[in-house]
Design a protein around this ligand. Structure first.
Ligand code: NAD
Ligand code: UGA
Length: 438
């Protein structure tokens, strides 16, 4: 396919920057990924990735080998080599719900100082509405006088674990622009990706990103609230969600009841959007409730374990899954952190296994829990199995085998990975989410 191959700089080689940069290289652009974490860049140059994301290692090494992808620690170098600069640094939420824009502002200043000709500066990080205008003010202030540039908002919708597919085959691409020139350049960059592109104002684009994450988080809290009602009424939340989801107006995705949402985005973006609304003179009480339901969901689950495991102090509890969702090693805001801390507070001995997140969870739990070499080892001598992440690998282990290995056949299934009837027939004391045993 003929299209203009651009020179792109992506600043911030984290989950989003690394995936976006690699995928832009994969579709033919020349990309330099810049990060101020020297160790991260040195490792990337050696082929050692800072994150686990299926397919990414292979794609990075291919694009490096073919000369389309490189790494650097200097923003000035990255900007000098490129025409389009993506900001993909983190945008954490402060205690008061405000977004900490320090990293975005620092990067914008450095980019401005390094500019020597027209460039397009694109925000890929999730930012509260009106941040684009702040970036524009910074660039105007610090770039050489009179230099032309464009700012663009191009939020990212990828999910960890399926990030490459989400980037290369997105449902849509959202681009907020202020000029026809920037629109043409952005359309050109994405030409090889066959998904609809929605051009909006920068402000709409910024709100679209927050609105999407807030809506998805709302769906999860909604189904978790329904799960709690199902449990009290001999109903099954999976049947309810399935039938609800067949209504096209509702849709079946993100209706999986469990122990609530975690990760680096939903919790932070729900807080940030509540704050954006407040600053706009609107109390977003619906989102405040979404947040409360999410927190409560972990508490209900933990209380249930404590209530059903007799004399939990000193007992072995097997934990399957530590990451906030499968196919990632990301531990940020993982429900496992609160639940395991709750078990530790009760004096339980936690024997945990996760296929990839053990290294990162050691930074959180240090030596407060035991790490097992595989899922089966965690079960040995345990009086309960607690499932916190629905890794595909766990679903393949036969319940009969689980029963043989455990000291007592008791399961708290926070992700509904086992069939209710079968577990009851096998004699498990089986607790799931939103499914009454009747
Ligand atoms: P991250 O913490 O994984 O990565 C951010 C990177 O930026 C780090 O490597 C850090 O060293 C680097 N950085 C910070 N300041 C820098 C500077 N001055 N110069 C160079 N590098 C610098 O963050 P992330 O998860 O990739 O998220 C980035 C943004 O994308 C956030 O706004 C997030 O909300 C958004 N987002 C994340 C996801 C996701 O799945 N993680 C998906 C969509 C959108
Ligand atoms: C989420 C969004 O899905 C992405 O579109 C967005 O780009 C990203 O946040 C972001 O802005 O960073 P991610 O956090 O990677 O992606 O993962 P999700 O698959 O959305 O899962 C988030 C949490 O919700 C997980 O803890 C997961 O277990 C939970 N979840 C998800 C449920 O409890 N039920 C569901 O039905 C779906």
């Amino acid at each position: 396919m003929s299209f203009k191959k651009e020179k792109i700089c992506v600043i911030g080689a984290g989950y989003v920057g690394l995936v976006s940069g690699t995928c832009f290289a994969q579709i033919g652009h020349r990309v330099v990924c810049v990060d101020n974490n020297k160790e991260k860049i040195e490792n990337l140059e050696k082929g050692i990735l800072p994150i686990y994301e299926p397919g990414l290692e292979k794609m990075i090494s291919k694009n490096k080998r073919e000369g389309r992808l490189s790494f650097a620690t200097s923003i000035a170098q990255g900007v000098g080599e490129s025409n389009i600069i993506f900001i993909a640094v983190h945008t954490p939420t402060k205690e008061n719900g405000e977004t900490n824009l320090q990293y975005v502002e620092d990067v914008s200043r450095e980019v401005a100082r390094a500019m020597d000709k027209y460039k397009v500066l694109v925000s890929k990080s999730t930012m509260p509405v009106n941040t684009g205008q702040k970036i524009k003010e910074i660039i105007t202030k610090y770039c050489p006088k009179g230099l032309a540039f464009d700012i663009v908002s191009n939020p990212e919708f990828l999910k960890e674990g399926t990030a490459i597919k989400d980037f290369l085959e997105p449902d849509r691409i959202v681009i907020g622009v202020e000029s026809k020139k920037a629109e043409k350049i952005m359309r050109g960059i994405y030409k090889p990706i066959k998904s609809p592109i929605i051009f909006t104002s920068i402000e709409s684009s910024e709100i679209i990103k927050h609105a999407c994450n807030a809506f998805l988080a709302t769906k999860i809290s909604f189904i978790n609230a329904i799960a709690n009602i199902c449990e009290k009424n001999s109903a099954n939340v999976e049947e309810v969600a399935m039938a609800m989801g067949l209504d096209k107006r509702i849709g079946s995705d993100f209706l999986k009841a469990g122990i609530g949402f975690g990760g680096s985005c939903f919790p932070k973006d729900v807080d940030a959007f509540i704050n954006v609304a407040k600053k706009s003179g609107y109390e977003f009480n619906l989102l405040k409730e979404v947040k409360k339901i999410n927190k409560k969901q972990r508490e209900i689950f933990l209380d249930n374990i404590i209530r059903h495991v007799p004399d939990i102090k000193g007992k072995n509890i097997a934990v399957w899954g530590l990451s906030f969702k499968p196919d990632t090693d990301d531990m940020r805001e993982a429900p496992s952190v609160d639940i395991i801390n709750g078990l530790i507070a009760q004096g339980a001995i936690v024997k945990a296994f996760d296929p990839v997140a053990i290294k990162k969870s050691k930074e959180i739990f240090k030596d407060e829990i035991m790490y097992c070499k595989d899922a089966k080892e965690a079960l040995r001598d345990s009086v309960a199995l607690v499932v916190l992440t629905e890794w595909g690998h766990f679903k393949k282990i036969k319940p009969e085998e689980i029963k043989k290995l455990m000291k007592f056949p008791r399961i708290f299934d926070g992700r509904n990975i086992f069939p209710l009837r079968k577990m009851a027939d096998l004699g498990f004391d089986y607790h799931s989410i939103g499914k009454n045993k009747k």
